[in-house]
Design a protein around this ligand. Sequence first.
Ligand code: HEC
Length: 280
Amino acid sequence: MLRKLFVAAVFVVGAAQPLLADNAVDPQADFKAFREYFTKRFPKVQLDDFVNGPYSMDEGLRKQWKAIEEFPPYEFAVDHGKEAFAKPFKNGKTLGDCFPNKGVGIRQNYPYFDTKSGEVITLELALNQCLEANGEKPLDYTSQEMAALTAYMAFTSRGKPFDIKIPNDPRALAAYRSGEEYFYTRRGQLNFSCASCHVQSPGGHIRTEVLAPALGILNAMPIFRSEWGNMGTITRRFQTCNSQVRGVPLPGQDVLYRNVEYYLSYMGNGLPISGPGARP
Ligand code: HEC
């Protein structure tokens, strides 16, 4: 199905939700087609390098990046996240108590499909669920505090390949499919889908920015953007991308954002976590 979707996304300008209705959901086949598309289109890019987003596409940017990484601008966030992780709640427990291995080295397993609630649980959502379960106030999904926590978790998971599972449960397949659909659906006044930019045009420019390829697009999250002067969570990035097409962003951790994160992370399976990242 995905192959057909690509064709539609790439060549049929203006087509919305093409060919989705009567195809079976087949994540493995989608995965194969997705990977083939990117590796064929960018034969010079090493597979693991796709996780470096715009830097994998542009030599000039890559040089800037090497310079940025000498004094990583996300370092403060990682340190702060580490502290926040260890800080006891009022009840004496910590964030680490909510996660396997105290939250260290597990970022590659999120999002996962929770067969109890029947929903996709992202890392950002899991963090807030932990805070709330312990009587603490949840964080804004676009806040620096949330970014610091996920930056720390990504940092301790660097190099570990994304390992997203889709259990054999019709609800999990439906969530995956909904995320896929969201990704290929055109929206906003500019009538662009996520795929219009990140599948059709990676390496292309929007103003001064170089578009990241959809393959491995979540491995480096959260990111420090020099343009923002601070960190961005996955929620913030999705909302910004919605606004870029003059669309209406969804509320943080809306089920559709979680589903599209599920879809994209599954497409990134096997590629190493590289977050937190730094971008111009
Ligand atoms: C109009 C083009 C456009 C559309 C449509 C768009 N984005 Fe983006 N996206 C960008 C730009 C520009 C950036 C910043 C440069 C870059 O990293 O690609 C970005 C960055 C990202 C990043 C961070 C990548 C990185 O390595 O820094 C993610 C994740 C992302 N977009 C996801 C999405 C999703 C999901 C959608 C659909 C809801 C979407 N984008 C729609 C233009 C777009």
